[in-house]
Ligand binder design. Sequence first.
Ligand code: SF4
Length: 225
Amino acid sequence: MNKQAKISEIFESLQGEGIYLGFRQVFIRFFGCNLQCAFCDTQLKSFQEYSVDQVRDQILKFKDYHSICLTGGEPLLQAEFIESLLDAIKDLKKKIYLETNGTLFKELERVIDRLDIISMDFKLPSVTKNGDHWSAHEEFLKKSIAKDVFIKIVIGPEVVKTEIERSIEIIKGLRPEARIVLQPSWLDFNRELLFLMESVCNLFLKGGILHVEIMPQAHKLAQVK
Ligand code: SF4
């Protein structure tokens, strides 16, 4: 068993995106990712090796928060460690929130029973410029069917309509009730970009997916971590 994990940082802050925006969390940022999205802002270059006990000790320094957020990078690259960690902190009775790019469905199986909330990305090839992940997203969504999952889709000016339609088709077939967060890849809004976001939103509504919302990254607007 791998008892060490590569971790970039452990800190407490408010969640800056998605439907748990503003909830206080302890963040464990795992190092490394299996993707290379064009808009990535979290591929940190440094890490420290932590044992399960060391991560637990760090978590114990924080009080009065909603949940523990496993983020990255892609945390599921270190699923074996996460499995041990979640066993070791079970007694804290904190909700476990996973932020994931939604591609490592086999690794998800190792830890899914211990998760409470999943923030899953759908990666659009036109925006990420990193190939397509449709079948991986589909498998991931199937495996997380019993969990509280919301789906985050980053939208950029280069977005392609057929990719939105494909996302709708997959989500509608598996989780039509899922909440969808459309997250603009830019922060400087203008009428044209707002119109684009609204038109993407309308495609979801017309496709029968009603829980769709447009939500920028608040921590970037506020310029905090
Ligand atoms: S999945 Fe997330 S961490 Fe990985 S490259 Fe894309 S944006 Fe960055």
